[in-house]
Design a protein around this ligand. Sequence first.
Ligand SMILES: Nc1ncnc2c1ncn2[C@@H]1O[C@H](COP(=O)(O)OP(=O)(O)OP(=O)(O)O)[C@@H](O)[C@H]1O
Ligand SMILES: [Mg+2]
Length: 411
Amino acid sequence: MEMHDVLHVEVCQKVDSALSRKDVEEVVRTELTSFEEVTLNVSMPGESFSKDIIKSHVESIVCSSNSTERSHMKIQSSTLRVYVYRLTQENAATETIRTDSDDMSASAHWILPSKDFHGLWESLIYESDVKEHLLHFVETTMLFSDRNVDPNIISWNKVILLHGPPGTGKTSLCKALAHKAAIRLAYHYSHGELVEINSHSLFSKWFSESGKLVMKLFDDVKALLEDPKALVCILIDEVESLAHVRKSCTNGTEPSDSIRVVNALLTQLDQIKKYPNVLILTTSNVTEAIDVAFIDRADIRQFIGFPSEQAIYKIYSSCIKELMRTGFVESEILSEMSYLKKLGYEENVETRHSLMLLELSKQSVGMSGRALRKIPFLAHALYTQTTKCTVPRFLRAMHLAIEKQKEEEIA
Ligand SMILES: Nc1ncnc2c1ncn2[C@@H]1O[C@H](COP(=O)(O)OP(=O)(O)OP(=O)(O)O)[C@@H](O)[C@H]1O
Ligand SMILES: [Mg+2]
């Protein structure tokens, strides 16, 4: 047991900053230890600090603990772990498959940490430390790999499967996890690579192309894996489609070419599991057992469901804050849910609007994160259409948008 709680401090250094990582770390450490406590899981812009050196060299800082339960942490009683990183600015490199009508993307490749995923982790809201557990799985996996722990004695794994209903953030979470791992494991890896494979495109009717593409894709992946300083993450969305193709083939409803593509893909995945620096991230919309060879029973499966009332409250709050920042909604402080709870949900001038938001959150239980994030847009487009309105007026518009959204879901 550690005596102190660990405070993870992720420092995003400006791209044009010429300071060494060590120097940035020192400056940030000194600054933070002068604070009494910090707010967790929010991005603090470098500009918001008083020291000029931080203003000019730091883009942003995010602090977090090993649990999402808390929102603040005392500095004195914690052990600081500081990670300094820079975001790569390049766009994803894509590999496309040419068909008669159009080009389909077969894979995309990012170098991590990438600007494309900055803030994504913090924007995803789950209960009961789902994100933290996944991150710990990855850290342990990489450590075991590193020290050559024998997988016949202790079974541990390279494959993570996130499954659950559509729109619950599974794909986003995989990307955010790869990005986060690249930041947190920087003492060990010089950078991360993320290769997203679009398995759908591989089963288009252009199988002769697909076969070649799978081989090329994995040649490239293996080349990346040869660099022991690179953490290589492979993302395969909707893995159930692989199992599905196999099944349809045995039923004779799928051309036999496609099974060859699937088998090639699975064989390749089995081979790359041997590498110490690989991590395979997969998602699926079905919850039943997925029959694809490379995911075995020992691998990590995590169910990702619809957000709870509490998570919805946080998601909506973040949306409204964004509209305040951009001037669509008049600025006002919305309370944290834990604060409302502490007051026994008592209504007064300070809590009135927050309690209205809480009502909306209750009304929205059963909706996916994707649907929730659309509500503020619908509310504006259909029910306010003003350049600026008050919080209660906007909340009423959200209420109407939620009703409408629900009606459509039933229809
Ligand atoms: N728990 C959540 N917290 C915050 N945002 C969420 C949450 N769940 C989903 N979202 C938002 O919904 C959007 C869709 O997420 P994403 O595409 O990753 O879902 P998915 O589970 O992969 O969906 P599908 O099963 O349809 O592929 C994202 O932009 C994300 O911001
Ligand atoms: Mg998805």
